[in-house]
Design a binder for this molecule. Sequence first.
Ligand code: SAH
Ligand code: SF4
Ligand code: F3S
Length: 488
Amino acid sequence: MSDLLTYTVNKQHDETRQGKALDLDLQPVGFANSRKFYIESYGCQMNFSDSEIVASILAGEGFSITTNLFDADLVLLNTCSIREKAEQTVRSRLRTINALKLQKPGMLIGVLGCMAERLKSKFLEEEKLVDIVVGPDAYRSLPQLLEEADGGQKGVNVLLSREETYADISPVRLDKTGITAFISIMRGCDNMCSFCVVPFTRGRERSRDPGSILAEAKDLFNKGYREVTLLGQNVDSYKWKREDNQQNKDAEVLMNFAQLLECVAKVDPLLRVRFSTSHPKDITDDVLHTMAKYENICNNIHLPVQSGNSACLDRMNRTYDREWYINRVDAIKRIIPGCGISSDIIAGFCGETEEEHQDTLSMMEYVQYDFSYMFYYSERPGTLAARKYEDDVSLDIKKRRLIEIVDAQYQLSLKSNLNDIGKTFTVLVEKTSKKSEDELCGRNSQNKVIIFPKENYKVGQYVNVIVESANKAMLKGKAVGLVNDYII
Ligand code: SAH
Ligand code: SF4
Ligand code: F3S
């Protein structure tokens, strides 16, 4: 019971329909009679953020959350479909949980997220012990589906929506640091990258009411949070149009991403702002100038390249080529000197030649990425690539190319980190270091992890730290004083 978190919840639904963040008054209490749910999240930050919405919906129904699987009456897996391996991980986890259910017959198992959306009712046939299957736009129907499942009726709701943004739901923060939080600013994706399953699992792109985003940021700041990350599959195409006209292509745009970023930055100079993910075709100089103008907007851009070769990018349907990408990187380096740049890279996409692979390596060298997420191509059923191209690069070659990309990235990360030795950065302290109670851990504006001796510093403070040593994963240093103003 020690790690059991239980809460009482004051629902204020009626006051909050029009974009005002729902204020859930969460007070830890110790009553053990309410039903408990346990949730595990897989995949991207968006899924982790959605789990906080699900937690809020369930809290509103009187459920309390437990971090102990064995205590749960309801077990939810918020799943990812991005690669075959992601789905395998979920299936094997389901097997473990199903074994547990045999000893705990009343327990309900729910599958949420992208795999639920992709497989729909097939899930109930394939995984016999799953009780409910709920897609990313259908979380408001969870209470009803659970009621039906209690009565022995299995349920599926995988309807995608063109409007749902959960704008009025105030997420229950599952991250325990209380310093950093995600804010979803949009949902879905209208790009059709040929390798990607997301447009099928998350539906059409839609932006969230900026009023509700700002209210959420302010609320977080007032509760002691010091960093927000604005989330979307393609944040640069954020658009808020005249109220009743979000789906109309020609409707006047009242707020674009650069303007939203500026509004969030103005919430408080002590609130750091990050965002993810930027699409190279959409990131504008306006966004870069806004970043340069506000010191609390962190100097880090996640700009997935996927491939460094124009022909391969064309097959991927990324709608930019090598030159365009280089132009965007040059603009970042010109407008925000010292800005961290990170990437996603796919090795061995359909038809990728050795020369094309070399272009990816040379692109990495050109940009000097500080960090990358790297994968080998995994064909996803129903995607453009699965229908149009043969998955013709052998697994051996995919793996070899991926190793070359990973090795190149490790060298770049190490070089970038060694280059920081002797520099002083402002670190937002997030937590005590995992390795030692005597050390604190945080990140600098460029999103690099920095560890330093605790002394009298505390979580939530901005501390200037001089870097003394580095490896490919992080920097180590020594505090040189608290930051009195907000030079970040
Ligand atoms: N919206 C983001 C990425 C979302 S998915 C963007 O446009 O950049 C995260 C990453 O997973 C992608 O950037 C891509 O590198 C990788 N990915 C997506 N589909 C994949 C597939 N079928 N095989 C391998 N990697 C894939
Ligand atoms: Fe997938 Fe492309 Fe959309 Fe990113 S932009 S989610 S890679 S389709
Ligand atoms: Fe995975 Fe869905 Fe995110 S497929 S990467 S959880 S949008």
